[in-house]
Design a binder for this molecule. Structure first.
Ligand code: CO
Length: 191
């Protein structure tokens, strides 16, 4: 299983590389990695597993974060609705590509974090509010998904990792807490 010991941290050169596309059929090693990445996220959100294995809770992870420079991400966004046990979005996405997006931007009120960044980085990270993403599943089947708000932010954060981009690259260095015009802030802005 993947633990935090497998996750490389900022400063590691793999996090700044553009990752390579995968081809199908996937070899068994890559399929196992994809399954392990999704399992890591699910474990990390389980309080008992997270404590036992010292996992930081995560909603997304990209293969470069475990030092595999391939275009593979896993996302596990739990349902925001307490009565609905199904996750809001949970998937392995191979060779994901944003094929269209809204003009409207969004950002998280509390900024973003990253399993590869062991510090808090204050500042708003502008993202597209809605994205349409083409990708392949584990079996090489082409898929398309439309996402908005939090799941859309998570997928954009992970796709950035495939291009060597860290979330803080998108924070305005001169004014990290200035909100761009017309941005829709998700969550509550702390006073
Ligand atoms: Co990250």
């Amino acid at each position: 299983m993947i633990t935090m010991n497998d996750v490389i941290r900022e400063g590691h050169p793999t996090l700044r590389k553009k990752a390579d596309a995968l081809s199908f059929p996937l070899d068994s090693e890559m399929r196992k990695l994809a399954e392990d990445m999704l399992e890591f996220l699910i474990n990390s959100q389980d309080p008992d597993m997270a404590e036992k294995y010292e996992l930081r809770p995560g909603v997304g992870i990209a293969a470069p974060q475990v030092d595999v420079s391939k275009r593979l991400i896993a996302v596990h966004v739990p349902s925001q609705d307490e009565e609905n046990p199904d996750p809001e979005f949970s998937s392995v996405l191979i060779n994901p590509k944003i094929v269209s997006h809204s003009v409207q931007q969004t950002c998280l009120a509390d900024g973003e974090g990253c399993l590869s960044v062991d510090r808090e980085v204050p500042g708003y990270v502008p993202r597209h509010k809605r994205v349409t993403v083409d990708y392949y599943d584990l079996n090489g089947e082409k898929k398309k998904v439309r996402l908005r708000d939090f799941p859309a932010i998570v997928v954009q954060h992970e796709i950035d990792h495939l291009n060597g981009v860290m979330f803080y690259d998108r924070i305005d260095p001169d004014n990290p807490l200035a909100l761009p015009d017309d941005i829709d802030v998700l969550g509550t802005v702390e006073e």
